[in-house]
Ligand binder design. Structure first.
Ligand code: CU
Length: 650
């Protein structure tokens, strides 16, 4: 999946980089590592948790002119396993020096891929671990899968001061088998990743391994359906987008692609060309955090809640995407360069996929009096990546449409998490999906951070819902209803939830810019599927994932506020991120704003989710609302089919 590069440790000429938001190159990552190592301040057991472009100030980016000098900096997080200490370092790659070196007390960076591998090996070498598995009839360690789950924070005094993971076990029946079919119920290994040894084994009693395999790979399917004819997506004249470095132009849209180990895909400086002028819409957009709280109180499952952004680094788990499978058509791939915990550059080939899709009709009208039809087909530009987090796959998709809309969608697939049951039993907190195998109830909450700038940085947010006019003199026939807009003046006022029965949406307005009708220009945030959290308000996961408590949050822009659950959610006691950011109840009126949208996908598993889950989707839309004076897609030309004119009258 990933390829190691032998990158020479040289300093990169900054003038080779054309834009301050270009992602770090392999050479720049290697240069940052060399600078950190050259400081002489690393212990022998220091890990490089992450190396990211240290993004320049917003003013620098917004005033940047092609050809300006670009100062390149890297933000490095170090974990010293000997001292259990975390350091944040900023290095200037341009100047070859260290700008900042700060010890951050009491925090844990995300669990690193190298630690997964080392943790599995340490567990399998531990006699107590082998004894616990032997009590369950498992003796072949090669078939055991050790899954280190983030430990959370449950206030256990004896666990303080350690870098912890709670490892769960699964057993394959043969090397290519789906191991999630055979969970080792009732067994948890608490591992200190700093010392890389088991602290204790929690064994709540033997439950037999479920009897059936759960395989889905083609080699295990005896009879494939045979009635499927080929379908081909071709663009004989190539794509309609152009790419310069990581800058993309497509159908009046302009934006830049970025990628971080923590957030994965990041989009920068999104704007729409309106008559030759690129009007800004979003400064920066990325998944800021996600959490998957499980709703089963049993010993193996009650501490399952993965913060896949802050605790694992969703970008670090990106897949290499393959032509014709993950994306279809004329594809432009972007490779991504990240680092492993030893400070080596890791190339993620084809991590980001970009392509165009036909999405049905854009608009249509048939005039029966003149027998004329005008119809246009809709096309969208898709920018995506897919991450595998243990058992689950998450696909993250940004969509750009020709009518000025932007969509975001998460596709959930992969293998559901499982537990074992004694023969004949079912479970209130989950669904039986195979004999003696069940999938616990859970939810997936995603928070997307939108550093919004609708036609400029100064914006305001309104809540909008629809009100039925009470019958009376203004509504004598009882048919009247209207949209009511309320300005959200402070951070607390902006903490809101979806309200589909009252058709609630949120409107991001630039009060200083008017459209041709005299209305302030705006975009609306239109929620899709959403739900609330079902965990108790005082539970550990609810305190640590406070962002689950509201679907909408709005903050005034602060470059230090990037993550919905705070900078270091791994083992954090709670309260960080959005609850802390918004505690002062700052003004959010006519200022530089960040809109944070939380969406929850509810998952009461189905038997059909086993052994591999058909894709479920969740997302939202950003649609222009008076940003234009009329439908901006009138100039999309009619299609010309291979066999002649179609879709409009000649
Ligand atoms: Cu799920």
């Amino acid at each position: 999946m990933t390829v190691q590069l032998g990158i020479p440790e040289t300093t990169v000429r900054a003038d080779a980089i054309p834009h301050p938001l270009e992602p770090l190159t392999a050479e720049e990552i290697a240069a940052a590592v060399a600078l950190v190592r050259g400081s002489g301040m690393l212990s022998a057991r220091t890990r490089f948790a992450s190396i990211t472009l240290h993004e320049p100030p917003k003013e620098t980016v917004l005033h940047f002119q092609l050809g300006d000098a670009v100062a390149r900096e890297a933000f490095v997080i170090l974990l010293d396993n000997d001292a259990n200490a975390v350091y944040e370092v900023v290095v200037s790659i341009t100047n070859g020096d260290i700008i900042r070196w700060e010890h951050i007390p009491g925090v844990q960076p995300q669990i690193m891929y190298d630690e997964f591998v080392e943790c599995e090996a340490a567990c399998k070498a531990d006699p107590a671990f082998r004894d616990a598995l032997a009590r369950r009839g498992v003796t072949d360690m090669d078939l055991v899968m050790v899954e280190p789950w983030s430990a959370g924070n449950y206030g256990d005094a004896s666990d303080q001061g350690m870098r912890l993971t709670r490892a769960l076990m699964f057993v394959r029946s043969e090397p290519h088998d789906n191991g999630y079919a055979r969970p080792v119920e009732g067994l948890v290994a608490l591992v200190d990743l700093g010392a890389m040894r088991i602290v204790r084994i929690e064994d709540s009693g033997v439950v037999p391994l479920p009897p059936e395999p759960g395989n889905y790979a083609a080699e295990f399917i005896p009879a494939m359906r045979t009635d499927r004819k080929p379908i081909a997506i071709t663009q004989p004249e190539g794509t309609s987008f152009s790419v310069d470095g990581h800058a993309v132009t497509w159908q009046k849209w302009h934006f830049r692609i970025g990628f971080t180990p923590r957030e994965g895909l990041v989009l920068h400086t999104i704007g729409y060309d309106d008559g030759g002028r690129v009007r800004p819409v979003i400064y920066r957009a990325a998944l800021s955090e996600m959490v998957v709280p499980y709703g089963d109180p049993s010993p193996s499952h009650n501490r399952k809640n993965a913060f896949d952004v802050g605790e694992y680094g969703i970008g670090l788990m990106a897949n290499a995407l393959e032509l014709g499978c993950d994306c279809l058509g004329e594809i432009r791939y972007f490779d991504v360069f990240l680092n492993n915990s030893r400070g080596e550059v890791v190339r993620y080939q084809h991590a980001v996929c970009m392509h165009e899709e036909d999405t049905g009709i854009l608009w249509k009208h048939y005039d029966w009096r003149t027998n004329q039809t005008e119809v246009r087909r809709s096309r969208r530009l898709v920018v995506s990546f897919i991450a595998t987090v243990g058992n689950y796959e998450y696909g993250f998709y940004w969509y750009f449409y020709q009518d000025g809309a932007i969509g975001y969608e998460v596709k959930l697939t992969g293998v559901i998490n499982t537990g074992a049951l004694p023969p004949g039993e079912t479970r209130k907190y989950g669904t039986l999906v195979a004999p003696q195998l069940y999938a616990p109830n859970h939810q997936h909450f995603f928070n997307v951070r939108l550093d919004i700038m609708v036609d400029g940085p100064q914006n305001s947010v309104y809540e909008v819902h629809t009100v039925a006019e009470p019958p009376g003199p203004e509504n004598p026939h009882g048919n009247a209803f209207f949209a009511e807009s309320t300005l959200l003046k402070t951070e607390q006022e902006a903490q809101q939830s979806v309200d589909p029965l009252n058709a609630r949406y949120w409107k991001i307005v630039n009060p200083s810019v008017r459209n041709g009708l005299g209305q302030p220009v705006a975009y609306k945030l239109a929620p899709g599927e959403n739900t609330r959290s079902f965990v108790d308000a005082d539970s550990s996961v609810r305190r640590r994932a406070g962002f689950m408590g509201n679907h909408l949050w709005v903050t005034p822009y602060d470059p230090a506020e990037q993550y919905a659950a705070g900078d270091y959610p791994n083992q954090h006691a709670g309260g960080a991120g959005l609850p802390a950011y918004t505690a002062a109840d700052r003004s959010i009126e006519n200022t530089d704003l960040v809109v944070w949208y939380t969406m929850g996908h509810h998952h009461i598993p189905r038997p059909e989710d086993w052994p591999v889950m058909p894709v479920s989707t969740i997302g939202f839309m950003l649609k222009p609302l008076g940003f234009f004076d009329r439908n901006p897609a009138l100039d999309v030309p009619p299609e010309m089919a291979m066999h002649g004119a179609c879709c409009h009258e000649e």
